[in-house]
Design a protein around this ligand. Structure first.
Ligand code: FES
Length: 100
């Protein structure tokens, strides 16, 4: 199984994520939490990140929280993406969604 390094540009911390693991779960496992942890199922939108570099496998995501345009620009829900290379990410929580 492949393992990738994920660097959070905001905190400059790096954590490890397995290829079959969602980024949010790896973040939580290593104690790095620059985004809130919500439903863990792609529905609440609070775990939004911006993928600055690297490749990911996108799982189903609510367009209410990540529009097609945002997705093209690298936005994703951390609980719905698995790494396919080393990544550089930036946390970009959708706080509006959290307050709904
Ligand atoms: S935790 Fe709810 S969408 Fe990711």
């Amino acid at each position: 199984m492949r393992v990738f390094n994920i660097t959070d540009k905001t905190s400059e911390q790096t954590f490890v994520c397995r290829e079959n693991e969602y980024v949010l779960y790896a973040m939580q496992r290593t104690g790095i939490a620059c985004i809130p942890i919500g439903c863990k199922g792609g529905g609440c939108g609070v775990c939004r990140i911006n993928i600055i570099a690297g490749k990911v496998d996108f799982g189903p995501m609510s367009k209410a929280h990540v529009s097609d345009e945002q997705r093209k620009n690298g936005y994703a829900l951390a609980c719905r993406v698995k790494p396919r290379s080393h990544l550089v990410i930036e946390c970009a929580p959708n706080l509006k969604a959290r307050n709904k």
